[in-house]
Design a protein around this ligand. Structure first.
Ligand SMILES: [Zn+2]
Length: 307
């Protein structure tokens, strides 16, 4: 796939659901924005090389937040290049405190490696990616340390997981806190006030109609607030798909027991569904299989969702 050049020498690399989209500023000292998921690092490395950027010469990685699908290549690239890594100051705290719960890694049983964060970013601060002057905007809700990058002159928004075109990322109240949906609404309001011509999201393709995406997302959040179980259902479905993307071919016969041994699954069922683990598992799996989001071959589970 050709990677669109969204500003001179700044390329958008679109990935799937398991890997966050990422960006490469091509120069003698490349700058990367996000580094996808650890297990797919070879593909990340290849897409960066295809753009003519030398990974060993990386000067800086900027991460939009510390979720595993956005920081996966950090440690290896830092080992290779000695690059700086910049995060919002809350994300820097998670990394320095070795808090792999707030980053979701341990909570959702995800693969990720710690790295050294060398710079913290603040809301409203300017951030230069080569000659391109962005502004950092803190957008908590999905992730406490979430930021978007806004280029006012080019009216370009790198929206990460704070805004996608049609879908909505997982909201984890048990990690982000009971005000997370309200934080999302506040973050969306901050975004809505920007003058934007093109949005490059953390997952999915670039899009132009930002107001439509914002209002779709706000409506979805209001739905969650009116019917809280719908948020629990969405969380169960999305994390089950994510689990199968991370480790395809799980045995169907032992999948329930596997989920019961994670932190997130029993807790989500307790929080939203009165601890009805088995009933929710059967219901959610039946729905995913019926919609062919999950398939079962020879007793093994897969998902055809793009990784
Ligand atoms: Zn995320």
């Amino acid at each position: 796939m050709a990677h669109p050049e969204i500003l001179p020498d700044l390329f958008f690399v679109q990935r799937g659901y398991l890997n966050g989209n990422h960006f490469v500023y091509r120069s003698d000292r490349p700058v990367l924005i996000d580094t996808a998921y650890l297990a797919h690092f070879d593909r990340t490395r290849q897409s960066i090389a295809d753009l003519g950027a030398d990974l060993a010469r990386t000067a800086l990685i900027v991460n939009t937040h510390t979720h595993c699908d956005h920081i996966g290549g950090n440690r290896r690239i830092q080992e290779l290049s000695g690059c700086d890594i910049a995060l919002h100051r809350i994300g820097r705290h998670f990394i320095e405190a070795r808090d792999d719960w707030s980053t979701w890694w341990r909570y959702y049983d995800q693969e990720a490696e710690f790295f050294q964060c060398t710079h913290s970013l603040e809301d409203g601060e300017p951030l230069a990616i080569g000659p391109h002057e962005f502004r950092v905007i803190h957008t908590p809700g999905h992730a406490a340390d979430g930021i978007v990058l806004y280029h006012p002159r080019e009216k370009l928004l790198i929206s990460a997981d704070a805004l996608w075109e049609r879908d909505m990322p997982v909201i984890t109240l048990r990690v982000e806190g009971s005000r997370a949906l309200f934080d999302c609404l506040d973050s969306l309001e901050k975004i809505r006030c920007l003058d934007v011509r093109l949005v490059c999201p953390g997952h999915g393709r670039p899009f132009e109609d930002m107001p439509e995406a914002v209002s779709r997302w706000k409506k979805r959040i209001r739905g969650y607030l009116e019917r809280r179980e719908s948020l629990g259902d969405d969380q169960l479905k999305r994390i089950i798909v994510y689990t199968l993307l991370m480790r395809p071919g799980r045995e169907q016969a032992t999948f329930f027991d596997h989920l019961m041994n994670t932190v997130w699954f029993p807790e989500t069922c307790a929080f939203f569904f009165n601890g009805e683990h088995r009933r929710k598992f059967d219901e959610v799996m039946a729905g995913l299989i019926h919609r062919r989001i999950v398939t079962c071959t020879d007793g093994k589970l897969f998902t055809p969702v793009a990784a």
